[in-house]
Design a binder for this molecule. Structure first.
Ligand code: FIX
Ligand code: ZN
Length: 415
């Protein structure tokens, strides 16, 4: 047992440093799905966060067209030159690349990109995937699986092996937000659906979701909504939520995950790096929770301004679980603030972070950076408790740390 507040702080730091993490949202894929699993130096350097940053400083002569026509190595060279050599790698995403290379044992001080590439070229994905999971100390990461993107559907139909450390999630943005764009594909897959939905269509979408649930066993259904997401309204989206998504979620017992606040295509020239953020209306989510007490909802919001209201809402509805500091919130200053706010209002009934890794190696930095911030926050919280006379045991501390890194998520799934 620790004897004073400093010793308690060491126990807390160790618990955060060593806890196993469940990564509740990523964009990773199984190695059996071919090129879909991104990893290695060039993927790390061309992460869309870094591409957006490159264009804040690149000379005007570097047009978007030129950049996108380049091979990935040339794109990565440009990012390296402008963000790491000509400038200080100070942004969170740039520091993340440095942390990743460093934790993999590469000597980043040498600034030897050729040497770094050579090291990656020698890795075999079969060994590299478990190595990264081990370095990040992640038990499993939840993927984002599309039931209608041709390539991915083909992989699932072949029933290729998926390692235990990757779990599925059914990503259905277009069903909810762009029905007419996917209706033909779903019809072709054998479902009696119409782009202008008739009565039968909703039942068939539900059946489609149930079939895919049987196929990939998803941890949740997920949709990213823009800041102007409105519910209920007279849109097709409301009908699809009420008549297909929520019923299928209830029937399978999996939550419906909503990621709210990404403003699509603010600058379409940047492609996947072109989204922005705007404040959403938390009342929309409130109405969804009021209407569907029978369903479970996982929610993350993109705007920092929405976080306080969202946390309050999670106190009001036991079927709402908030997770992660998403994208533009995945920065130390904001993670610190959001984690404090959530602990102060929810105790441990939330998931403090998800990595959103698009590139396997990013698990290393995203979790390394988050652990440090959350440890600082928890040291403060436990010190306050100590000073108030409370003496949590090491076992209790470990339990509570695990709770916000995945334990509460699993408890929510099982409740
Ligand atoms: O919709 C999402 O899941 C977003 O997280 C991504 O599409 C986004 O591009 C991203 O990678 C953010 O971190
Ligand atoms: Zn994502």
């Amino acid at each position: 047992m620790y004897k004073n507040v400093n010793e308690l702080a060491a126990v807390v730091r160790k618990a955060v440093e060593t806890t196993v993490i469940t990564d509740v949202h990523t964009h990773l894929s199984p190695p059996s799905h071919g090129d879909s699993l991104l990893w290695g130096a060039d993927e790390i350097l061309t992460y869309h966060y870094l591409v957006a940053e490159l264009f804040t400083v690149a000379p005007r002569s570097l047009t978007y067209e030129k950049f996108w026509a380049m091979p990935k190595t040339a794109q990565a060279d440009l990012v390296w030159e402008h963000l790491f050599l000509k400038r200080g790698a100070l942004s969170e995403a740039a520091r993340g690349a440095i942390t990743t290379f460093n934790r993999l044992g590469l000597d980043v001080a040498k600034r030897d990109l050729a040497g770094i590439r050579k090291w990656f070229a020698e890795q075999k994905i079969e060994d590299y995937l478990p190595k990264v999971l081990e370095l990040a100390n992640v038990d499993y990461a939840v993927m984002s699986n599309s039931p209608y993107s041709a390539g991915e559907v083909g992989f699932w139909q072949q029933d290729l092996p998926v390692p235990e450390c990757l779990k599925a999630a059914l990503r259905i943005d277009s069903i909810a937000r762009a029905w007419d764009s996917v209706a033909p594909t779903i019809a072709q897959a054998g479902y009696d659906v119409k782009p202008e939905p008739d009565e039968k269509t909703f039942d068939e979408v539900r059946r489609f979701l149930l079939d895919w649930s049987g196929r990939i066993n998803p941890m949740y259904f997920a949709v990213s909504f823009g800041p102007d997401f409105a519910y209920p309204d007279d849109s097709l989206c409301t009908q699809i939520i009420d008549r297909a998504i929520v019923p299928a979620a209830v029937e399978t017992g999996v939550p419906f995950a909503l990621m709210i606040g990404a403003r699509g295509n603010v600058n379409p020239n940047l492609k996947s790096a072109g989204c922005g953020v705007a404040v959403a209306d938390v009342m929309t989510l409130t109405r969804l929770l009021q209407k569907h007490p029978e369903a479970k909802f996982l929610v993350t919001m993109l705007s920092r301004d929405n976080q306080h209201e969202l946390t309050v809402l999670a106190r009001k509805f036991g079927n709402l679980h908030v997770f992660g500091c998403w994208w533009f919130c995945n920065n130390p200053s904001i993670i610190d603030e959001m984690t404090r706010q959530r602990l102060e209002m929810l105790g441990t009934a939330f998931t403090c972070q998800h990595s959103d890794a698009r590139v396997l190696d990013q698990l290393i930095y995203k979790w390394g950076h988050t652990r440090k911030i959350v440890a600082d926050v928890l040291v403060d919280k436990y010190s306050d408790l100590f000073n108030a006379g409370w003496r949590p045991t090491e076992k209790e501390i470990k339990r509570d740390v695990r709770a916000i890194f995945g334990g509460s998520f699993e408890e929510f799934l099982n409740k």
